[in-house]
Design a protein around this ligand. Structure first.
Ligand code: ATP
Length: 992
């Protein structure tokens, strides 16, 4: 048998039906009770008197009758767990303390009930009853717990003269005691009777009583000469265990020990001279006393269990794994007082002994087999019940397979539809560039700008580098785009063509991209058109005969308020055919404007009514248009004359309106080609330097230097020359009402051209938005002619302020972009706001991050850099208005839509995320992730990083950091060099 020692708490043991916890050992002291028998007949015959009285349920006192000297009370009073007087019967003794200890056996806890006392004190009398009651209760317990299986076995032995006898086998010789590691001392070959019913036990008890070694006393009484141990072993299955895995057999024994008369031990203990004899007579009693005495002291000294058979066999019951109760029986007779006192002393020592009872869970072979059988049955049941689950699993697998097929089919259909949709959007045979063909442009003059897409070589080169660096093997984060955490796009990869385009010169050519125009500073000697068509600014086409877009800057200056203002407009140009329908109207408006202006130049003596007339410009007589004449005159009027007149600027001459009218050439009714005018009056030197510092820059504003409108009067003598560059003369006095100049003196009838404030020109601009470009073209030409004039440094600053404020307001008005009102001067605040506006538009138009970063890094943060943002703002406003307005989203014939540009943008982010792995080491990446607030545990760290770039477009610091990081990722900057080129439109154009 395999025995495992488990522990039990006191509460669990005391619980009648409760589970048997297996936690802590039950540490308790031996239960000691005193039973005083009545005087027997012999004592009565001797007229013995009782000297002991029970003064309470647990206190006994020696009455001291007959003693000459009173003894101290402490010597005569003894307290125990229970004290039973003469009138108490055995049942009471059993019920009050002994029963609980005895019944522990049914819960798997060993127990022992001792009877200790002198001869004839009532040990056998008491133990017989105790055993009977205990057996009765044990069987009653078994009867009550029919759900459990109990096996009760009985064995009996006696120790007489240190020999162990089997009381159930009278013929057996002395039994040996063996040491078992689990059970302790085991009596070898001890007869063990299995009891099937209580009645059997009665018979066995009778046999034991008969077999026990006794002697007849003088009173013809039987005196026990041996120590009798009756052992009842109870084995049960703990079905009430919560933990069935630990189920086994509870195995415990209860010993009913009826000791021999203690007077023999007492004699040996009390009388040294008789020690040797006493020990010879009863060694076990002496050892028992010694063990109890030593145990009562609680010292960790050696306990001589092996000194006697009794202590060896009952080792567990004496301070070990058992609950123990001792009933000390005494005779009240005065003649026995000394023996009784010794008994009480022994009881007092026993009361100090502590035992540690545990629940004994034993896994017998039978129980083990039974348990294995139960486990096997359980597994078989599970196996049987698993069959339907397997079927269900197969069903699920089939469902999953079917769903996967459906997903594949749906994905294929989706891709197919996506492809078809793209084909529908992008007409077959056409290139995939963002452009509108000429026919469509001619149909809608307002959409002329749509035909244009500028792409610079610098952009191409940069994209080449970008694409090359971005084309890496797929990493583990590629699937991020499909995991729902980021924008996803179905269908063909919208950037596929882009990748090809940017990585291949050949494909670049096939793209037929919209060329850009390199705008050189206007040189008048190039402007004469053979067909007398109004000249256009000199454009250097780099991509063929394709549309272009440019910016018109108009600057008005109010000399009186020392204020300059520039207005700007994105103007477009295409082939002459494309603009035919539009140009007529534009030109007409241009003529009207010019005439209107010319009329206002009729001297400051004009009356208020004259102003009213100016509000309704007369119809232009093409035949008498003065514009070509003006420009023609200007063509021949070189800068020396400007310089000359500049010295006379204190008294500006008046413009001869009539002369202008009569010299208006008829060629103005011809298709007007270019609408691009860049009007810059006295750009600051720093600004010009900023513009020129990148010699490779393809796109630059047209500069005119020193073109001052105050010199216009000097042009008059030359206005009669034909075929000159178109020139608009701002007359000396613009009408007050027309210009709607705020806060102006209402008494002033006319506004000298030098007094034209920003608001003035803006108002004028508002009246003819589109066609004013034509007018401004002339103005630009005029100023180009005068650009040789040296700058006045003070005027530079004025111009910068004027340009910036004017641009913002103009863009806001024309393109619907919200720009906050503010100071009209270019301040760091305004410049920052200008940057933010640009960034905001970049975001709104899904401009590629590469472009933004390149552009932003180009800027050094100087106020003079404002010019770049001027251009970019106009361009972005145009883009936003053209491609991102509600009316255009539905489709305008171009394959560049908000959605497609967003796809390109996200594709670019994906590429950037790949670059993170290439450009940075693991340590650098981790530092980068921490800096950008990305969880290092995230699976898609680099993708998240790429998606955070340029997200907070309102925070310039974030933008700068984003730009710097993008630059590193795509290799903008080598060895810390700043980018030297700037992009074009910033659209990634895809070709299929
Ligand atoms: N509490 C009691 N009430 C009545 N009679 C008792 C009581 N205790 C003992 N007797 C009687 O006293 C006598 C002696 O008792 P018992 O044999 O039990 O003593 P003992 O301690 O076992 O002696 P020994 O050690 O010699 O066997 C018996 O006849 C018994 O009936």
């Amino acid at each position: 048998m395999v025995k495992t020692g488990d522990t039990a708490s006191m509460a669990d043991v005391k619980e009648e039906q409760g589970n048997m916890a297996l936690s802590n050992p039950l540490e308790e002291r031996i239960f000691v009770s005193i039973r005083v028998r009545p005087l027997n007949d012999r004592e009565k015959a001797r007229h013995d008197v009782p000297d002991w009285e029970c003064i309470s349920g647990n206190t006994i006192r020696y009455k001291n009758n007959g003693h000459a000297e009173p003894r101290p009370l402490s010597m005569d009073t003894y307290a125990f767990d229970r004290v039973f007087g003469e009138r108490c019967n055995t049942k009471q003794v059993y019920e009050q303390g002994i029963k609980e200890v005895a019944l522990s056996v049914v819960r798997g806890i060993n127990s022992s009930i001792f009877a200790y006392g002198q001869t004839s004190s009532g040990k056998t009398h008491t133990m017989s009853g105790i055993t009977e009651y205990a057996v009765r209760d044990i069987y009653e317990y078994i009867e009550k717990h029919k759900d459990r299986e109990f096996v009760v076995k009985f064995s009996a032995m006696e120790i007489y003269n240190e020999a162990v006898r089997d009381l159930l086998n009278a013929g057996a010789t002395s039994l040996r005691i063996l040491d078992d590691p689990e059970k302790g001392a085991v009596v070898e070959k001890l007869t063990e009777k299995t009891l099937t019913e209580r009645r059997q036990l009665q018979q066995l008890l009778s046999i034991c009583a008969a077999e026990r070694t006794t002697e007849e006393t003088a009173m013809n009484e039987t005196s026990s000469r041996s120590h009798q141990i009756l052992r009842l072993t109870v084995e049960s299955n703990p079905c009430d265990y919560a933990d069935t895995a630990r189920s086994g057999a509870l195995f415990a024994s209860v010993n009913f020990v009826d000791l021999a008369g203690s007077e023999r031990a007492s004699q040996t203990m009390s009388a040294g001279s008789r020690l040797r004899e006493g020990s010879h007579i009863n060694r076990s009693l002496l050892s028992l006393g010694t063990v109890i005495r030593k145990l009562s002291k609680g010292r960790n000294e050696h306990i001589p269990y092996r000194d006697s058979k009794l202590t060896r066999i009952l080792q567990n019951s004496l301070g070990g794994n058992a609950r123990t109760a001792i009933i000390c029986t005494i005779s009240p007779a005065r003649s026995q007082s000394e023996q009784s006192r010794n008994t009480l002393l022994f009881a007092g020592c026993a009361k100090q002994v502590t035992t540690n009872a545990r629940v004994n869970l034993v896994m017998s072979d039978k129980v083990l087999v039974k348990q294995l059988q139960n486990e096997l049955a359980r597994l078989e049941n599970e196996l049987r019940s698993f069959t339907p689950n397997t079927m269900l699993l197969k069903e699920r697998e089939l469902q999953i397979q079917q769903m996967e097929k459906e997903i594949k089919e749906l994905t294929r259909q989706r891709d197919l539809f996506q492809s078809r949709a793209e084909n529908m959007v992008q007409p077959a045979g056409k290139d995939r560039l963002l452009r509108v063909d000429k026919d469509s442009a001619s149909e809608s003059s307002g959409a002329v700008a749509k035909n244009l897409l500028c792409r610079t070589d610098s952009a191409s080169e940069s994209l080449d580098r970008t694409t090359t660096s971005l084309q890496h093997t797929e990493n583990s984060e590629d699937n991020f785009l499909l995991d729902g955490n980021s924008p996803t796009f179905a269908g063909p990869d919208p950037c596929h063509g882009w990748e090809e385009m940017t990585s291949s010169r050949e494909s670049e050519e096939n793209c037929k991209e919209v060329p850009y125009f390199e705008i050189k500073e206007v040189e008048t000697e190039h402007k004469t058109d053979v067909n007398n068509t109004p000249p256009i600014p000199v454009f250097e086409e780099t991509g063929g005969n394709t549309p272009m877009i440019q910016v018109v800057n108009v600057i008005a200056k109010s000399s009186s308020r020392n204020e300059l203002r520039e207005l700007s407009l994105v103007a477009v140009d295409n082939s002459q055919n494309a603009l035919e329908g539009k140009t007529d109207e534009s030109l007409q408006n241009t003529k009207d404007l010019i005439v209107d202006i010319s009329k206002k130049s009729d001297g400051s003596s004009e009356s208020e009514s004259h102003i009213s007339n100016a509000m309704s410009p007369p119809q232009i007589d093409k035949e008498t248009s003065i514009l070509p004449q003006i420009t023609s005159n200007l063509e021949q009027n070189e800068s020396p004359q400007f310089n000359k007149l500049d010295q006379e600027s204190t008294s500006p001459p008046q413009c001869d309106v009539q002369e202008l009218k009569t010299t208006l050439p008829p060629q103005l009714d011809k298709p007007y080609s270019a609408s691009l005018v860049s009007f810059e009056d006295k750009l600051p030197e720093s600004n010009l330097q900023a513009t020129k510092r990148n010699s490779s820059r393809k796109y630059s504003p047209i500069h005119y230097r020193d073109a001052s409108v105050e010199h216009k009067t000097t042009l008059h003598p030359q206005l009669d020359k034909p075929d000159s560059t178109s020139l608009v003369c701002f007359e000396d006095k613009l009408p007050e009402s027309k210009l709607q100049a705020p806060k102006r003196n209402s008494s002033k009838k006319y506004i000298h051209y030098r007094d034209a404030s920003v608001e003035d020109v803006e108002s004028l601009w508002d009246s003819d938005v589109e066609d004013t470009a034509s007018v401004l073209n002339f103005v630009g030409k005029m100023n180009e002619r005068a650009k040789q004039k040296p700058f006045n440094k003070d005027m530079d600053d004025i111009m910068v302020r004027a340009r910036t404020s004017g641009i913002n307001k103009r863009v806001s008005k024309v393109k619907g972009v919200s720009f906050h009102g503010g100071p009209r001067t270019l301040t760091p605040y305004n410049f920052e706001r200008q940057q933010r506006d640009t960034i905001q538009l970049w975001d709104a138009c899904n401009i590629p991050l590469v472009h933004r970063s390149y552009f932003f890094l180009l800027i050094k943060g100087e106020l003079a850099d404002s010019v770049y943002f001027d251009v970019e703002l106009r361009r972005l406003s145009f883009l936003k208005d053209t491609f991102f307005s509600a009316t255009n989203i539905a489709g305008h014939g171009s394959d560049v839509t908000p959605n497609s540009s967003l796809m390109s943008l996200n594709r670019e982010r994906k590429m950037l995320s790949k670059q993170v792995h290439k450009k940075f080491s693991m340590k650098e990446r981790e530092e980068l992730y921490v800096k950008w607030g990305i969880d290092l545990k995230s699976k898609h760290r680099s993708v998240q990083l790429a998606w955070r770039l340029w997200t907070n477009t309102k925070d310039l610091n974030h933008v700068r950091e984003s730009a710097a990081l993008v630059a590193k990722l795509v290799g903008f900057i080598n060895s810390g060099e700043a980018p030297k080129k700037i992009f074009g439109f910033g659209f990634l154009v895809r070709r299929k």
